[in-house]
Design a binder for this molecule. Sequence first.
Ligand code: MRU
Length: 360
Amino acid sequence: MLTPVWWEDSQLKLLDQTLLPHEERVLSLTRVEEVAEAIRRLAVRGAPAIGVAAAYGLVLGVRSASSTEALRRRFDEAYKLLLSTRPTAVNLRWALERQRRVLDRALSHLEAQDLPPKVVEALLEEAHKIREEDIQANRRLGAYGAELLPEGARVLTHCNAGALATAGYGTALGVIRAAWERGKLDKVWVDETRPLLQGARLTAWELAKEGIPYEILVDGAAGALMARGLVDAVITGADRVAANGDVANKIGTYALAVLSRRHGIPFYVALPTSTIDSQIPNGDEIPIEERDPEEVLSVAGQRVAPAGASARNYAFDVTPHELVTALITEVGVLRPPFPPSIEKALAHPEAVHRHGPESS
Ligand code: MRU
């Protein structure tokens, strides 16, 4: 199974996504600073994959601590560093918090002399769980999502919400994979996703590997295809979903939701419940990452805009919940009104959101 993040030989392995599809290079990381840098430069990307990488990053950050005091200090430093890498995907904070609860529990249960090695062991075990549970959640939500699609579905997706963006299988691409496995899918329309081309580079690469038929579109083409009756559903992933169902995802997602409404096409968002931020009431409070304008002024590293040109580079946008047909999660398909359906999903015993040690 395709996975972009795993643990091997006491190192964190990442498939460097900046080099795909031309080169499949695996990075071997041994220091938390390297993990932070890999997240920042999008060597690992996609909300759930960032969370998994950060959970392992904490292990690397604390593993050489030889006293309880050093352990606490290193944990806090690593936590802060990792949290500062990217602001929008809430899975990052969620995974770090889950690891903090592991640390707190160890500090209150274990004898001081056992602490550092036992804590490192417990954090590593939890990182493995976070990774494994994400794959299971994606398989479950994929099955729920596939049920929603008509036979012979032509599905449009944006960015990469695939195996590469998660621990494996994918969210939006998880639904697409499941529909393909059930013989329900005709083809996938892949938005190229400027400026960094996650669609043209990564989604296309994943689909090609599985033999799933697809065609790449420029981001502005979706409306024209919908007007011609060529799109049956739009499915995207999410970086953070607020308590009212507002969705932050890759820039351009909002425009797709508006177009879907105009053309009477269902607009689905696929996500594990670890992407839900119940602490914020609506999308206005979701921090939106702004990246280097140079990414917009260039294409694949080649400058295209004139010298002195300026650019705005919001990496994400917010789609208001009114435009979302349903949220597809590992505990079922959530329909409007979203506040109660989200609350119910988060309380579900199998929701990944609830996993990990209880807070003390
Ligand atoms: O900037 P990226 O490539 O990390 O953005 C990724 C997305 O917007 C994905 O759609 C989202 O993280 C969901 S991934 C399952």
